[in-house]
Structures are given as C-alpha cells and as structure tokens.
Design a protein around this ligand. Structure first.
Ligand code: ZN
Ligand code: ZN
Length: 282
C-alpha cells in the first residue's frame, strides 16, 4: 500500500489525476476544503457569522453533500450557519442524513425541506438554472447572505464549451464563479474542484448519492475524448471560457435564475421548466 504523498503517514486511498498526488482521506479533505475557502474568499462578499444556503441539487446530490461537508470545515472559523436546502424526494436517504450530521459537527446547520416538482428536461443548462432559481427562492425566504451553489469546475467548463459550440452564448453565465447581481449572490463554491475529486471525496466520506435526474451535455463525449485524462487542457480551456464569459457581463439577466438572457427579463429556460411560475412570487 502506498503512503499519502502529503502526510507520509497514512495509507493513500485516492490518486488525484490532476496533480498526480496519492492522498489519504484527511489530506484530500484538507486540500479540497482549502480550495473551497479560496473560492468563497475571492468573492469578498461574506461578513462574519454569515448565513449560507447550500442546496442539495436533485441532479447532483453527491457533489452537493461533498460541498456541504467541505464548507462546514471552512466556515467553522467564521461562525457560519449553513442552511441545507433539501428536496423532499431525498429525505430519508442514509447518506443525506450522514452528510447533514457530519456538517453539524462543525457548524450550525438548519435543514429547509422543499417539496418541489422537478422539471422533466435533461438539458443541463435548463436543469441547473431551475435548481438555482429554486435555491434563490428559498435563500430569500430563509434570509441567506449567499448561496453556495455546488457545481464542479468540470461541469462548468463543459457547459461553457457547449454554449460556444452551439451558439447558446447566454449559457456562459453558468461558467462564472460568482453571480454577484443575484439576490442573494450565488457563489460557485466548487469552482476550483474537478468533478472526479468531488466524486471521490463523496464516495470516501460515505456521501455517495444517486441523482434524481440526469443532466445531458452534448459536448461531453467528444470533448472528453479529446481531453482524455489530461486536466491541464481543462485548465487552459477554463481560462478562455472565463474570459469570454466575463466580457458578457453587460448582457441582460433573468430575474428568476440570474443567468444571462436574450429574451427579456425572464430566460427561455425558466419559461420552459416552469421556474418562472414556481419561484417568481418571492
Ligand atoms: Zn495524508
Ligand atoms: Zn432564468
């Protein structure tokens, strides 16, 4: 058995492809928590004792639980309260209770249960915008200072490439680390974490959870076949996508989900999924 490259004491349980490091679970957790702290810190939005809403996204419950766990370790210092927005369809799952209990050891946690019908589309942009509109709606009700939206950098990049290839340029708002115009602001707390590491962390912490709906990103298969397992390409493409997305900041934004829109004040995704009717009342 290999020893962990960081502590050199415990047995390694995960090879992080991106860095080539063999890591034990506590060291993996420490490294990932540090990158979550960096993503949150760069926003310069949070006051001491913040109230942060963490949605357990129906399409990515494992990644959401992983971010909840990591955030609870970071926010311990800031005396934060984490609001866990839980779809009622996930209530009773063992790994969900485990994730909430784990976070609760470090910070104050409040569970906000939401009985929301899920959209029938598998379009990744439409689903993510629905989940964000849902999060914003409950964040305002709960009085949150920010939403820590759990989307991996890999997913953000794939949507970025997809929007460039398909000409759906408005979808580039999904690649931005902060939607600071949203009320409350939305932070992509896993902005520096690749999907693979989040999945591994969730699995090793016992937080693996199957999604309630599957996202479809058409660019995923061709892109991953070119990228292979070379995440450095992922990093450079990330910078390019970011630069383009930043230049679009002047675009009109949807009042429901906060994403860029070309159709007036409500985007076509929020119209299609019914998010506009469900969440506009807040
Ligand atoms: Zn270690
Ligand atoms: Zn919208």
């Amino acid at each position: 058995m290999h020893k962990c490259d960081v502590c050199r004491r415990r047995d390694a349980v995960y090879l992080r492809t991106y860095s080539g490091h063999k890591l034990c679970l506590p060291c993996l957790e420490k490294i990932l928590a540090r990158t979550v702290k960096r993503a949150i810190g760069e926003s310069h939005l949070l006051e001491p004792r913040p109230k942060i809403l963490v949605p357990i996204r129906p399409s990515a419950p494992a990644h959401s639980l992983a971010i909840l766990a990591l955030l609870s370790r970071v926010e311990k210092k800031f005396d934060a309260t984490l609001g866990v927005l839980l779809p009622s369809q996930l209530r009773g799952r063992e790994e969900v209770s485990r994730g909430i209990e784990y976070a609760g050891k470090n910070v104050k946690v409040e569970v906000i249960e939401a009985n929301t019908p899920l959209p029938s589309t598998s379009d990744a942009v439409a689903c993510i915008r629905f989940e964000r509109a849902w999060s914003l709606h409950y964040a305002r009700k709960w009085g949150a200072d920010a939403v820590a939206f759990p989307v991996s950098r890999t997913c953000m990049n794939l949507i970025g490439v997809e929007s460039l290839l398909s000409g759906r340029i408005e979808a580039l708002s999904e690649s931005l680390p902060i939607l600071d115009w949203a009320r409350p602001p939305v932070l992509a707390s896993a902005y520096y974490i690749e999907a693979e590491a989040l999945t591994a962390y969730a699995y090793l912490r016992g937080l693996h959870s199957s999604p309630l709906c599957n996202l479809y990103i058409p660019a995923k298969t061709p892109l991953l076949s070119i990228m292979g397992r070379r995440p450095e390409l992922e990093f450079s493409s990330h910078k390019t996508i970011m630069r383009i997305a930043e230049r679009l900041r002047g675009m009109e934004r949807c009042i429901v989900c906060g994403g860029f829109t070309r159709e007036g004040s409500i985007c076509r995704y929020c119209e299609e999924t019914g998010a506009s009717q469900l969440f506009l009342s807040s």
